[in-house]
Structure formats: structure tokens, C-alpha cells
Design a protein around this ligand. Structure first.
Ligand code: ADP
Ligand code: MG
Length: 347
């Protein structure tokens, strides 16, 4: 089991404004392990930044428990939180560079936090950190001589130079172009591979796809993974059927039939998966990611069906449900009987 770096239990956080109390985080529980890059996503105002600032010891909370790198931050003393902050790499949307210092000096501030700046190789490390993020040629510039994206990258280099055990990044790629965004995610992955954990708030689909795990927050609570996936799937399905329900229907029946055959021997390997996708693609009704979605749905559906049809209790339950649906209009027609027989007859 990888070491757990963050453990949040029943965290609540409220904000008092004028007369009323706004509940921002509600009974939040989550855990982050060494080696993970976790994306935290969700609508604006759902509490993502609040959670990050509490976990980072930048804001104090009084209800629940939040253990970060071995330090309890709920009801903690300011000086414990200060000590903790030095061990965390923070990246904010606002880069917070010191305007009078050069890029090199700003990055050096990251080293000073850990007392590492006296090491002989400090200069070399700063150079390397800048190069890794594409700022090698800008070390002697002041922040105002850089573009917004370059400033953001300097802030990231400063946060990562200590190779912190935990990185908390709040929309770090918002002002970056695609290439720089990929560079930054690459650095996060490297750090995770060496045993750190990274929490990354983002709405960028390309980045979300690369995460080890996705947490979605809504109104101060984490949405369970299954709900989130179903929301994605039903959203995608609506989008597909918006294109043309007939085409979709044809592809879904094709996909389902192909998936059942592929699954008949108990598992689907990559070649079979590829063959299903190719067969669907050959119909020229959908392409690219649409095909991938249909293959995934078909396989999931076929797999679920296998589970149902292989358990006699499940089959009895299914039979009862099928009959109830058939009888719902008060007559069970021959056509309905035929479909029920077909569904139950297949194994
Ligand atoms: P997110 O990062 O998911 O967009 P936040 O954690 O920033 O969400 O905000 C959560 C809630 O706290 C929101 O309802 C927001 O209006 C409120 N909030 C955040 N910061 C402040 C503030 N400085 N003053 C008052 N309310 C705030
Ligand atoms: Mg935010």
C-alpha cells in the first residue's frame, strides 16, 4: 500500500457573512496516496480552492480532521501550519511572483523555504528547473518583462524546485498554451513517480484525461465516482443522440451484439476491442471519440449482462422485472413474450 499523504475526515467549513452562515464544505472525506496525480474538478464556487487552502495550512478549519504529511491542520497552531507550508508546493492561478526580483531570484525563494539554497549546486538547480519549464533563456528578466504564461511557469518552477512531497495546484494551467500545459503535467507526473502526490484543480479535459483519479466537487461535497461517470455518459449519449437518434440506435445495437460475441469466452482482449471499433468505423456513421464511447458503452452493457445472466438469482429477478414491464399496459402480447423468451433464453 502506498503511503497516505493526505487524510481528510468529515471536514466541514462554514463562512459567516453578515447575519447568515454559508456552509462551504460538508463532511468531506478523502485520501491521497504517494504517487498519485489527482484532478479536483467541479463548478465554480463548489469549494475546491477552499479545500486546497485548508489542506495547505493557509486557512484554518475547526471541524473534522485533515492530516497532511503527518500534521493535523484542523484546530492546529499557526506555527505548525507555517512549518507545514514550507513542505508543500503551492501553485495558484495568481502566480504571486515578487515583482522586484528576477526569475532566477524568484525561483530561488522556493529553495530558501527549505533552507536548501546554501547548497553548492543551488545555481545549477535553478537553471535546471527553469529549463525544464521552458524558461532557461529568461532567468535574468523581471516578471513584468514576461508574458502571463511565462510568469505562471516561473511560479510553477518556484513551487516545484524543492521536489515537495505534496503539490497543491489551483488552476495552474489556466493561462498556459497547450505545449506549456503538457510540459507542466509532465513535471507533475515525474514528481508523482518519485513518490509525491499532486492535487490539481482544473477544467481542462486534456489534463483531466491524464489524471490517476478524478474527484468532482459540487456544493461542498464530493460527487461519488459512479454518479460522475454516469453524468458524463448520459451527457455524451445526449450529445450523440442529438446528432441523429437513428444512427445512434444502429450503432448501439451493432456495438452491443459485437461486444456480446467478444465477451462470450469471458474476457475481451485488445485485438477484439480493436475489431469491434473497426467494424463500427466501417459503417461510417460515427468516427473518432464517438466510436470509442460506443465501444465502451457496448462492452460495459455486455459485461453487466453477463453478470446478470450467469447468476440464477439475478436471472429470476430479471424475469420478474421483464414480466412486470410487459404487463404494465395490462396485456402481455405475443411480441412481448417472444422478447422475454429471447432475453432469458440466452446465456
Ligand atoms: P471554487 O474554488 O470551487 O470555485 P471556492 O472555494 O473559491 O470555490 O468558494 C466556495 C464558496 O465560498 C463560494 O460560494 C464562494 O462564493 C465563497 N467564497 C470564497 N471566497 C470567498 C471570500 N473571500 N469571501 C466570501 N465568500 C467567499
Ligand atoms: Mg477556485
Amino acid at each position: 500500500m502506498p503511503e497516505s499523504l493526505v487524510e481528510v475526515r468529515d471536514l466541514c467549513f462554514a463562512r459567516r457573512q453578515g447575519g447568515h452562515v454559508q456552509q462551504i464544505l460538508r463532511n468531506l472525506t478523502l485520501e491521497l496516496a504517494a504517487g498519485e496525480v489527482v484532478v479536483l474538478t467541479g463548478p465554480s464556487g463548489s469549494g475546491k480552492s477552499t479545500l486546497l487552502t485548508i489542506a495547505g495550512g493557509l486557512r484554518s478549519a475547526t471541524e473534522g480532521s485533515v492530516r497532511v504529511l503527518g500534521t493535523e491542520v484542523v484546530n492546529s497552531r499557526e506555527r505548525d501550519r507555517v512549518a507545514l507550508r514550507r513542505r508543500i508546493g503551492f501553485i495558484f492561478q495568481q502566480h504571486n511572483l515578487a515583482p522586484a526580483l528576477t526569475v532566477a531570484q524568484n525561483i530561488q525563494m522556493g529553495l530558501q523555504l527549505s533552507g536548501d539554497h546554501r547548497r553548492k549546486d543551488a545555481k545549477q538547480r535553478i537553471q535546471q528547473a527553469a529549463e525544464a519549464i521552458g524558461l532557461g533563456a529568461h532567468l535574468h528578466k523581471l516578471p513584468r518583462q514576461l508574458s502571463g504564461g511565462q510568469q505562471q511557469r516561473a511560479g510553477i518552477a518556484r513551487a516545484l524546485i524543492n521536489e515537495p512531497k505534496l503539490v497543491l495546484a489551483d488552476e495552474p494551467t489556466a493561462s498556459l498554451d497547450r505545449t506549456s500545459g503538457e510540459l507542466v503535467v509532465g513535471l507533475f507526473n515525474q514528481l508523482a513517480a518519485s513518490g509525491s502526490a499532486v492535487v490539481l484543480v482544473t477544467h481542462d479535459k486534456r489534463i483531466i484525461e491524464q489524471a490517476d483519479r478524478i474527484l468532482m466537487m459540487e456544493e461542498g461535497v464530493l460527487v461519488p465516482a459512479a454518479d460522475r461517470i454516469m453524468k458524463d455518459v448520459s451527457g455524451s449519449l445526449r450529445a450523440l443522440s442529438g446528432i441523429d437518434p437513428k444512427r445512434l440506435g444502429r450503432m448501439m445495437s451493432f456495438g452491443h451484439a459485437l461486444a456480446r460475441v467478444a465477451l462470450a469466452d469471458g474476457k475481451v482482449d485488445n485485438d477484439e476491442r480493436q475489431a469491434i471499433a473497426d467494424a463500427l468505423r466501417a459503417r461510417k456513421l460515427f468516427s473518432g471519440a464517438e466510436i470509442e464511447l460506443i465501444v465502451d458503452l457496448a462492452l460495459a452493457q455486455a459485461q453487466a449482462w453477463e453478470v446478470t445472466s450467469n447468476s440464477s438469482a439475478e436471472r429470476e429477478d430479471l424475469a420478474a422485472a421483464l414480466e412486470a414491464v410487459a404487463a404494465a399496459d395490462s396485456v402481455v402480447s405475443d411480441a412481448e413474450r417472444a422478447v422475454i423468451a429471447e432475453l432469458l433464453g440466452r446465456r
